[in-house]
Ligand binder design. Sequence first.
Ligand SMILES: Cc1cc2nc3c(=O)[nH]c(=O)nc-3n(C[C@H](O)[C@H](O)[C@H](O)COP(=O)(O)O)c2cc1C
Length: 278
Amino acid sequence: MKDKRDKIGWTKEQLVNMDEVEFRARFRERCHHTMEIAIYSAAHKNKKLSQKQTDTAKLYMEAWNERGLSKDLSEYKYVSKLLVYANKLISGEKVSFDDYKPTKLTENDINAFENIIYERRSVRAWKEDDVTDSLIDKILKAGNWAAHGCNLQSIRYAVIREKEAPGLFRGSDIPGGPVHIVICQDMRNYVIFPENWHNILLDCGAAAQNIVLATHTYGLGGCWLTYTSEEMRERIEKYIGLPPEIRFVTYVDIGWPDQTPMPPLRRSVEESVLFRSK
Ligand SMILES: Cc1cc2nc3c(=O)[nH]c(=O)nc-3n(C[C@H](O)[C@H](O)[C@H](O)COP(=O)(O)O)c2cc1C
């Protein structure tokens, strides 16, 4: 009997046996490209969805279950929900996503957003470390909710308190912040798309930007930093115990702010736009 294959050639057996991180990345990417986008398009155009559009997702769900992975994991829950909508669209039922419409922002909300964008500063001096883990987790969650190429979700973190590892971040051009949020990427998520290498750093940058914005939003001060030598990178990777598949990319120091820098003024939009359609 011919084995069921997904569009890029994986059999269910291969999917069941491959590395779990790679499998979950493929699951997210394949369901995103073969079903998710088609569902929103069909719903928007009020068109029927082809049954074929769900074949890959169903194959991956079967492989997921055979692997015995938890049905509580986010991507499985999301794809299960998508399949409910897909089946409605296949049967010609109208589907609305109005329940997911974002909250309409008030003028105050918009002002707050603009304050966050324009008043966030790189803070390089902090008070004593009494940042709670729950506050740090809110910041990490904001990092996870950044846009991410193909929904691969490669971002991983290490949270290191300076007082627990004094001097570990020596080599930075500023004295260590009380809490270092080390942003890493699990490279197994990218095995699927080696040609999309340019997305890799962008994914990390998007997460880091959400992290500095969230840091400011919760009243903390943060500074986005980068290791300054291979020796520094290796020292920190060794301390965390990172396996070779997980790469330390950048880090953000956070804490309660103890300085108020002026905004380094930015180039105007006029000066930044190189081309604009007439
Ligand atoms: C990728 C990246 C690397 C950075 N590295 C450093 C650094 O090594 N040391 C530092 O003091 N600030 C660093 N910064 C912070 C910038 O200096 C700062 O964002 C810039 O001067 C603008 O100031 P603002 O963040 O207060 O608006 C970095 C920022 C980014 C995005």
